[in-house]
Design a protein around this ligand. Structure first.
Ligand code: ZN
Length: 397
């Protein structure tokens, strides 16, 4: 059965991330840019490709014809690579899309000592968002001698072991000549995705939102608001009646918005029904002015039949990051301390209102959070006026 999977490709531009993504996605990226020109655009997905599993030798390949033995393969994964532009915003985007991501490719260049501060930060984020499926692509091996390549390999190996990824494969690649890309695809094919689709309430995370109409379009020809994001759980189909949380702020209160799904577009084309693992654009009956310029980014779309909790106070079982040498959090969370929360795609400020062992109560500052019991909260604390990832927890009430 074909599964859908979203992966992150992290690493700075200087590390060859863009070239690697091009090598992975090859012609399908071009098809994607054609798709962008018509109809609803997605702008969340970055690139995508297919993985086939060989019916004879079981190896994974980007093509139907097995790259190892030449036999025919069957479609195994539809892979979407989530967009993570410029490194400054990377953390925010990674965290907003975090519950959607099942695996990551960490790109490390051989011509620099590993880890670079950014590489460290990216691996930290991968750990926080709980991604277990990881592979390292070692790039720029052609720019250094064999000796330095081996030395760098060892640096990466030590860095991974120190962070609990001692089994992670490191694959030297030459993206431009397509060398070893198929080995990288082998590893992505082995990513283990456990998705329980049965009886789960749909939770769609809105990472972007758009008004796709041209300025001055006639009212009768206006197209409804488009939500870009993906499903964390459950399924959504064309025709479904859904509610967007927190909705709009009127008369000093948040009012969730009810709407209907008119059309769904994934990286791979139009879809009738979607589950987790795809980046999608969903066209709704919504007044397009409400979705203009990412104004609904951070929202949760839920089924009308299964409303989430919707509160201004949450209770979390909190565990701090256990951070080696450079632990900046000398003291535990304090009562009345202000914290930054990432819950699903939302980012809100809160104040610690109670602490008892690992159980922490947080009151939100002027906002309401939609969530289901068991959802994850990522917590940042302020260190010298900068928000720093401090830990994560599960919302139990
Ligand atoms: Zn084969």
């Amino acid at each position: 059965m074909v599964e859908d999977i979203i992966i992150d490709v992290v690493g700075s531009f200087a590390d060859g991330k863009t070239t690697l993504v091009r090598a992975l996605a090859n012609e399908s990226t071009l098809r994607h840019s054609e798709e962008r020109k018509r109809g609803i655009t997605i702008r969340l997905g970055y690139a995508h490709f297919l993985i086939y599993k060989c019916t004879k030798c079981s190896s994974f390949s980007r093509y139907e014809k097995c790259e190892a033995c030449g036999a025919k393969g069957t479609l195994y994964y539809r892979v979407s690579i989530i967009d993570s532009p410029g490194h400054k915003t990377l953390m925010t985007i990674m965290l907003a899309g975090a519950p959607l991501v099942s695996g990551a490719v960490l790109v490390v260049a051989a011509n620099q000592k590993c880890p670079q501060p950014q590489t460290e930060e990216h691996l930290e984020a991968i750990k926080i968002i709980g991604v277990k499926n990881l592979v390292v692509a070692q790039t720029k091996v052609d720019l250094v001698g064999a000796e330095r390549a081996r030395q760098n390999y060892q640096e990466i190996k030590d860095f991974l072991s120190k962070n609990g990824f001692s089994d992670t494969k490191i694959i030297p690649v030459f993206s431009i000549n397509d060398v070893n890309i198929k080995e990288l695809v082998q590893e992505i094919g082995k990513f283990n995705v456990n998705k329980e689709k049965d009886n789960k309430k749909p939770e769609m995370l809105v990472v972007r939102s758009f008004d796709v109409n041209k300025p001055g379009a006639e009212i009768s020809k206006l197209s409804g608001g488009v939500l870009g994001g993906g499903l964390k759980e459950g399924e959504i189909a064309v025709g479904d009646k859904v509610t967007i949380y927190p909705g709009i702020f009127i008369k000093n209160a948040w009012k969730p918005i009810k709407t209907e799904v008119l059309q769904i577009q994934s990286e791979f084309g139009p879809e009738q029904k979607i589950g987790p693992g795809l980046t999608v654009g969903i066209k709704t009956k919504l007044d397009p002015s409400l979705s203009r310029r990412d104004s609904l980014a951070g929202s949760l779309v839920a089924s009308n039949d299964a409303p989430p909790n919707f509160r201004n106070k949450i209770s979390v079982t909190y565990s701090p990051l256990i951070d080696k040498e450079k632990n900046v959090f000398k003291k535990p969370l304090q009562k009345n301390e202000m914290v930054l929360l990432n819950v699903l795609a939302a980012k809100v400020l809160g104040t610690v209102s109670s602490i008892a062992n690992e159980k922490v109560g947080i009151t939100l500052n002027n906002s309401y959070l939609p969530y289901y019991t068991g959802d994850k909260a990522i917590i940042s604390r302020k260190v010298e006026n900068v928000w720093v990832l401090a830990g994560s927890g599960t919302i139990y009430d």
